[in-house]
Design a protein around this ligand. Structure first.
Ligand SMILES: CSCCC(=O)C(=O)COP(=O)(O)O
Ligand SMILES: [Mg+2]
Length: 228
């Protein structure tokens, strides 16, 4: 029986374009000034960059390089979250969620299923994203969040083993939804159930050998607890 669902964000709950065409450019334009002006989080982010890339590196150039290569290193994702926080507070940014997502989350919770987010975006970014979406505040539908700091890298089996132990349920009771084969493969190797989200709006990504769904409505409910 499925007792927990874990959700990726980009390409799963939300359109790829909302992240790549809006959030990412918003952050990129502001990375250099943020670090040079020593805005909040700069010492921790800079230390993190030097730890990963070496003591002598140019921190700004390294962050911009990681950003352009879409690397999911934690110091970059932490900085993204801090920059986006300003954008959400200023009303420049808002979360975008596919319309099939809120009703599915509400239905699964009614059945007693717990719902978690696991994204490379920082927990701060995730909470901002789901608290101010185009379809209202969805935070109350979520039980918790994992990012690359609290969960680990998304393509590593150990991350899914760790998250299962934190959630506190057997891995076979967890269903992971993602559009990325490498993430789905890692989750399955950790004993999780998987569904590959292959949305037409995002170009129907290949989800390999994982059961494919085009919307959350299409997620099979047979293994969920019955509706009350
Ligand atoms: C609102 S979180 C932004 C998503 C993000 O920063 C990212 O890198 C996408 O990661 P995901 O694991 O959701 O594919
Ligand atoms: Mg994704």
């Amino acid at each position: 029986m499925i007792s927990s669902v874990v959700l990726d964000i980009e390409g799963t709950t939300s359109p790829l374009s909302a992240v790549h065409d809006i959030l990412f450019p918003y952050a990129r334009e502001r990375i250099a000034d943020w670090i040079r002006d020593e805005r909040p989080g700069t010492p921790e982010v800079s230390d993190g960059v030097r730890e990963l890339a070496g003591a002598e590196v140019d921190v700004v150039a390294t962050l911009l390089d990681w950003h352009d290569r879409n690397l999911k290193h934690s110091p970059l994702k932490t900085l993204h979250g801090l920059i986006w926080e300003r954008g959400f507070l200023a009303g420049d940014l808002r979360g975008v969620v596919y319309p099939d997502v809120p009703p599915a989350l509400a239905e699964w919770r009614e059945r007693g299923v717990r719902i978690w987010i696991y994204s490379s975006g920082s927990v701060l970014a995730q909470r901002l994203w789901f608290s101010q979406t185009d379809q209202g505040d969805l935070l109350s539908l979520l039980d918790g969040h994992f990012d690359t700091v609290s969960g680990g890298p998304k393509k590593e089996v150990a991350s899914y083993e760790h998250i299962a132990s934190v959630i506190g349920v057997p891995p076979g009771d967890i269903l992971f939804l993602s559009d990325a084969v490498a993430e789905l493969d890692a989750a399955r190797a950790a004993g999780w159930r998987t569904a590959g989200v292959s949305r037409p709006e995002d170009g129907n990504p290949d989800v390999g050998t994982h059961p494919a769904v085009v919307t959350f409505e299409a997620v099979p409910r047979e293994e969920f607890p019955p509706q009350p």
